[in-house]
Design a protein around this ligand. Structure first.
Ligand SMILES: NC(=O)c1ccc[n+]([C@@H]2O[C@H](COP(=O)([O-])OP(=O)(O)OC[C@H]3O[C@@H](n4cnc5c(N)ncnc54)[C@H](OP(=O)(O)O)[C@@H]3O)[C@@H](O)[C@H]2O)c1
Length: 422
């Protein structure tokens, strides 16, 4: 037996940790399946709670119960794993468990993005531990990498493709010439997109993830609404052709960037990317994250961002980390930077509603094509945030070029980053 196998075996033989599993959908079943296939993991699912008593299940009915609150008080459980699809109920359960000082794992990014400061405070007050690697980019170990490995080192920027569904749609449009509607239908057929696709396609889902990344990368707690999110619901073949004419692709990119004055900006929008970016080759339903650290330099993580097994794998990694006594340090929250929104961003805007061009109040226009209905130029981030609903209502499509600058700054002073992926 090798040393590592012996170590694993000895950990597992101490006593298997008893899991209280809340939610047995895509991720809950994925975790269960992984534990079945990997009996030496040192974890066993002791109790399972779901919502609907009449639903057909893949396990005998006797395995299921319906009162999640009951698990919170069961001290024979070593850890609670919350994998439900209801953010409000998830917050009540996770907060209740932390008030009891319990160990909890969740994948619920919408809940975490809304309540992270409160959940951190509950851990500090009551001694519980909450881990949530699965909430951002499924199988990609980005939260723990940021928190533990880069907990001390300053980061220049983090850019990422955090939503596999929209990336799949963009890949079909870019490589297959498929229109948006059929590409989305294909994503839904393959299970990559929700039946109500707006969370993915309007970039609400990656916005939640960006909020979590900002906390661990920079120590910055943001409200989801503070992060600009623009999606791809208005995209057309004209936009794909515009990108291709420049040798670029359109990707939905989350960009967190430290500005020269130390403030940090955060936004999630479509962006033009060239082959120089590691994210250029992150296609299909894959996710990718590029970290640029002051001393380590550039790091690139790529992997599956969703699905029962990839996401269940991240939950298992959290369980193993908990067993080793790991907790997030949130080191950078001790001295958080200021959030910056007083910036100008260079965008491509295509719309058949001329009023939108007035509303956005371009400070500089570098390109206009009346026949294709697009304009390229600088607008303020504040205007984009203020009018994002209006832009969405009118089906406008916006993509960032990757250039941003201080308000009023000349075009030559662009705060363009080394890899142009912000
Ligand atoms: N799917 C992914 O690839 C993925 C990736 C990363 C993160 N996540 C996150 O993981 C979480 C779970 O996602 P999922 O895709 O597995 O969801 P899902 O397939 O819709 O399953 C949700 C499960 O939660 C149960 N549930 C809902 N409300 C409940 C309540 N109040 N009490 C007890 N059980 C309740 C449901 O019970 P019934 O079975 O009775 O309906 C179901 O078993 C979500 O927060 C999601 O954002 C998912």
């Amino acid at each position: 037996m090798s040393t590592s196998t012996a170590l694993l075996a000895s950990t597992a033989s101490v006593h298997p940790w008893r899991i209280g599993l809340i939610g047995f959908g895509c991720v809950g079943q994925g975790l269960y399946d992984i534990l079945q296939q990997h009996p030496g993991s040192g974890f066993e699912v002791a109790r399972i709670v779901v919502k609907n008593p009449t639903k057909a299940r893949s396990l005998p009915a006797a395995r299921f119960e319906f009162d999640a609150e009951a698990l919170l008080a069961d001290d024979s459980l070593d850890v609670l794993v919350e994998l439900i699809d209801d953010a409000d109920a998830a917050f009540r359960l996770v907060a209740g468990a932390l008030r009891r000082g319990r160990r909890v794992v969740t994948a619920n990014k919408a809940m975490l993005a809304r309540h992270l400061p409160a959940l951190v405070a509950l851990q500090r007050a009551h001694g519980g531990t909450l881990l949530y690697e699965a909430a951002v980019c499924g199988s990609i170990p980005v939260i723990r990498t940021l928190d533990a490995y880069f907990g001390t080192e300053p980061l220049r920027q983090l850019t990422g493709i955090l939503n596999g569904s929209s990336n799949y749609v963009l890949t079909r449009m870019g490589t297959g010439g498929t229109d948006y509607g059929p590409a989305l239908a294909l994503a839904q057929q393959l299970g990559f997109a929700e039946t109500d696709p707006s969370l993915d396609m309007a970039a609400f889902d990656p916005r939640s993830k960006a909020v979590l990344l900002a906390a661990h990368a920079y120590g910055l707690f943001l409200e989801p609404e503070q992060v600009l999110n623009l999606g791809i619901e208005g995209i057309s073949a004209t936009d794909i052709a515009f990108a291709a004419s420049r040798g670029q692709k359109i990707k939905v990119v989350a960009g967190l960037q430290r500005l020269p004055d130390g403030r940090v900006t955060a936004l999630v929008t479509p962006q033009l990317l060239g082959p120089e970016s590691p994210l250029f080759g992150v296609d299909e339903e894959f996710n990718g994250v590029v970290l640029e650290a002051d001393f380590a330099g550039e790091q690139f993580l790529r992997g599956r961002g969703a699905g029962g097994h990839p996401t269940g794998s991240a939950v298992l990694a959290d369980l193993a980390a908990l067993r080793q006594g790991f907790a997030y340090g949130y080191a950078k929250t001790a001295a958080p930077p200021t959030h910056a929104t007083d910036l100008e961003i260079e965008i491509y805007l295509r719309t058949d509603e001329p009023r939108l061009i007035d509303v956005l109040d371009f400070s500089e226009v570098s390109e206009e094509a009346d026949e294709d209905g697009y304009v390229v130029g600088y607008v303020t981030l504040a205007h984009l945030i203020a009018h994002r609903d209006l832009l969405r209502q009118h089906g406008a499509f916006i993509v960032r070029t990757g250039h941003l600058r201080a308000i009023g700054e000349a075009a030559v002073a662009v705060l363009k980053t080394a890899s142009a992926t912000v």
